[in-house]
Design a protein around this ligand. Sequence first.
Ligand SMILES: Cc1cc2nc3c(=O)[nH]c(=O)nc-3n(C[C@H](O)[C@H](O)[C@H](O)COP(=O)(O)O)c2cc1C
Length: 208
Amino acid sequence: MKTIKELMQWRFACQHFDAEKKISEDLLKDLLDTARLAPNSFGIQAWKFIVVTDMELRKKLMPACYNQPQVMEASALVFFCARTDLTGENGVIARHVKLSHDVQGRSDAQSAGFSKMLNDVANSKSPEELKTWLQKQVYIPVEALILAAAEKEIDSCPMEGFSPAEVAKVLELPEYIHPTVLVSLGYRNMEQPKKVRFPLEEVVEFRN
Ligand SMILES: Cc1cc2nc3c(=O)[nH]c(=O)nc-3n(C[C@H](O)[C@H](O)[C@H](O)COP(=O)(O)O)c2cc1C
């Protein structure tokens, strides 16, 4: 079994996939299940992972994704979206507080305090700040998905090269779902280029 470092060496931003080779649905679900476990601020999981495999839908997404080849060649596309419907009766916070109450056996008083704290955080931010904060969170499951895929020798490409507004239109998303990063998944149909990375000494600064 490869170490995380070996998986990081093995993976690369795949531009061309073998369009004939598909990831099984069970395996895809399992990779997404791993991504779902990623850490996130306060644990509220204000995200949605939208999986697209349908070719007709992909054709519609092509212009919104600047005609990048992965959109048609990959086995699956996963749009990582931030969701900003935090507050309110059916909001992410209320659902997370209830789930934490049930799963971790919090008392009603603890849950009420947790709910107040989370709502205060959400209400302290402007809509733009809220969106930025939540969009940062989705990059964590993105990397988890990439590594989980690599472990199964599945290639991937993280992609920000798309118009979020156009993608939202094609996918008919409600205004509180914000497409942030796309991960295309499949099997490579190209040589892996050499890694280009600054040396460790340049990237890392120890303050011992
Ligand atoms: C946030 C993010 C957005 C990216 N967007 C695209 C993209 O739209 N299209 C693409 O082909 N590659 C995209 N990449 C891949 C990078 O170009 C690639 O990771 C980088 O050049 C380093 O190469 P490597 O990942 O193969 O080691 C993106 C990577 C990241 C992390």
